[in-house]
Design a binder for this molecule. Structure first.
Ligand SMILES: NC(=O)c1ccc[n+]([C@@H]2O[C@H](COP(=O)([O-])OP(=O)(O)OC[C@H]3O[C@@H](n4cnc5c(N)ncnc54)[C@H](O)[C@@H]3O)[C@@H](O)[C@H]2O)c1
Length: 354
């Protein structure tokens, strides 16, 4: 296969620490262009990584017809606008989450992808974690065979912690100001709630997206109850995900590791998984399977190969799948549901605030 010729937009934190090194390490990918509006930073990063060409911004990079696919990481609302422009310019796109901060913005991005026939993958790296792949497989198997009884309940707990884990990949910075980002939050959200809406969405979009995937729920998801503190962040939301009650527990804890786990209950057992701190390289989610009955047992399946990093696997997946006709595992169309659910949650929350 001819290598995928990739361009990268934005060389801030996620680009330097995670995505540029990962894409450069995928054998079938060649990073041939970088765009950064902070020109001094762009030059420094281009030189350090030895990237052949540097562009002023994403629009200039998009003019290079040799570039077939582009990866983007920028501000929450800005990166969706950049992705939309690149799709319209005929590029396949990998972008960081969140895809969009309103359903209206999300629909415009999906429309740009459908019109141009180019694919968009959203960086929900948890769907590419090798431990989470085991969870997904086993839950599907237990539902199909009925060997643990009926699936009764699922929960996700995400209190955060230290996600950077002392990752010592080099990071260049300059004192050039960051570009301003467009305000794209839904108009119906009153000004005082916009900051907390964005904070809640950008953190927990991962968790909702993961639970929908574990349960194969697609767009069949509704909100049953919302109980959040006045900060619009700490609390519990109850979902109906294709007939299954799912709770999402959200909040903060000061923790040197990362306090996030998911548990899927059957009548006679469970599948439980603990997420690794995000930037802890080469550490997949841990998985525990409990089977009740006469001979009770707990097993802890270990993915093979054993030491993998979700972010590196998502880069490999993008390169391997960008040219085929199948939708990505974390496609733009599928992500529409996550964006819709945050508006649904906040509609209820704001109404409760009176
Ligand atoms: N998947 C995860 O676990 C995870 C973790 C952290 C952050 N993120 C997401 O990553 C995104 C990026 O975060 P970050 O901390 O790397 O941001 P950042 O601000 O450090 O970097 C963004 C860069 O993009 C540049 N830029 C903006 N517009 C541009 C344009 N039109 N052309 C070229 N360059 C442009 C900016 O100058 C900046 O250098 C955020 O949206 C965040 O939600 C995801």
């Amino acid at each position: 296969m001819e290598k995928i010729r990739l361009g990268y937009i934005g060389c801030g934190f996620m680009a330097q620490k995670v995505h540029i090194p990962n894409f450069m390490s995928v054998p079938d990918c060649e990073l041939i262009g970088l765009a950064e509006v902070r020109s001094e930073l762009g030059k420094t990063v281009q030189t350090r990584f030895g990237i052949p060409r540097l562009y002023r911004d994403h629009a200039e990079l998009a003019q290079n017809v040799e570039i077939e696919a582009v990866a983007v990481s920028a501000d929450f609302a800005l990166q969706g606008e950049i992705a939309k422009d690149l799709l319209s310019a005929g590029k396949h796109v990998f972008m960081e989450k969140p895809m969009a901060v309103s359903t209206e913005q999300a629909e415009a991005i999906v429309e740009a992808s459908q019109k141009s026939g180019k694919k968009l993958m959203v960086g929900y790296m948890k769907r590419y974690d090798a431990g989470n792949e085991i969870v997904k497989e086993r839950v599907a198997q237990f539902r199909e065979t009925g060997e643990l009884g009926r699936l009764t309940y699922a929960r996700n707990h995400g209190f955060g912690g230290d996600w950077v884990c002392n990752l010592d990949t080099p990071m260049d910075s300059t004192d050039e100001p960051r570009p301003s980002a467009p305000v794209r939050t839904p108009e119906w959200i009153p000004e005082p709630y916009r900051g907390s809406y964005l904070g809640y969405l950008q953190q927990y979009t991962h968790n909702i997206n993961l639970m929908r995937w574990f349960l194969d729920a697609g767009d069949k998801v509704t909100i049953k109850a919302v109980d959040l503190d006045a900060n619009g962040y700490t609390g519990v939301v109850i979902f109906d995900m294709d007939g299954i009650r799912v709770t999402l527990e959200t909040g903060h804890v000061s923790h040197y590791r990362w306090d996030e786990h998911s548990q899927i209950y059957f009548e006679n057992g469970w599948v439980h998984t603990w997420a690794p701190p995000l930037l802890l390289k080469n550490t997949p989610a841990e998985v525990e399977i409990y089977r009740a009955g006469d001979e009770q047992e707990i097993t802890r399946p270990i993915p093979r190969p054993s030491w993998t990093w979700a972010y590196r696997r998502e880069a490999e997946y993008f390169v391997a799948n960008v040219r085929n006709d199948e939708p990505f595992r974390s496609s733009a169309e599928d992500t529409l549901t996550d964006v819709r659910l945050f508006e649904d949650i906040y509609r209820i929350f704001i109404e409760q605030q009176g």
